[in-house]
Design a protein around this ligand. Structure first.
Ligand SMILES: [Zn+2]
Length: 152
């Protein structure tokens, strides 16, 4: 069972019913008279998280004076998102793909750096003993740090 959307009222429900459970319109699944939306076909890009460089493909449903109502998936036809017109762009799949690929690379790089930093963090020795609250005596295997400064 996949999700479908009634073209009349934008209710979203499971495929296979003969009438819209919301507005009772008889549903036609195929042909020129089809009145159900079965696939998500974006026609714009929206930027809805300020400070993020994430773009999302969306379907423009309704235009207001300063905002638009969009759906970023079929289920959102029934409860559309409000996005400022100024944050709505034409649907440009190749630009979206480039941005997405670079965002994925950045995420992978950040994870690699985080993992390397974590290795060093795991090597830190607490200054204070948690039990006694006294400064930790150096464990036997802790390397001694020379405080002698040699002036050459
Ligand atoms: Zn309906």
């Amino acid at each position: 069972m996949s999700e479908i959307v009634c073209a009349s009222c934008h209710a979203c429900f499971s495929n296979g019913t003969s009438a819209c459970p919301s507005c009772q319109t008889a549903l036609i699944y195929t042909g020129d008279d089809a009145n159900v939306i079965t696939t998500f076909e974006p026609n714009c890009l929206v930027h809805r998280m300020r400070g993020s460089d994430r773009l999302e493909p969306a379907v423009l449903l309704k235009e207001g004076r300063t905002n638009v109502k969009v759906a970023t998936r079929l289920a959102e036809y029934a409860r559309p998102l409000t996005v400022p017109k100024s944050e709505t762009y034409t649907f440009t799949p190749d630009l979206l793909a480039h941005i997405q690929a670079l965002r994925n690379e950045r995420t992978a790089a950040v994870h690699r750096y985080d993992a390397r930093i974590a290795v060093y963090w795991r090597s830190l020795v607490p200054y204070y003993d948690y039990a006694t609250h006294e400064p930790h005596s150096a464990p036997p295997d802790m390397p001694s740090i020379s405080l002698t400064v040699t002036n050459e």
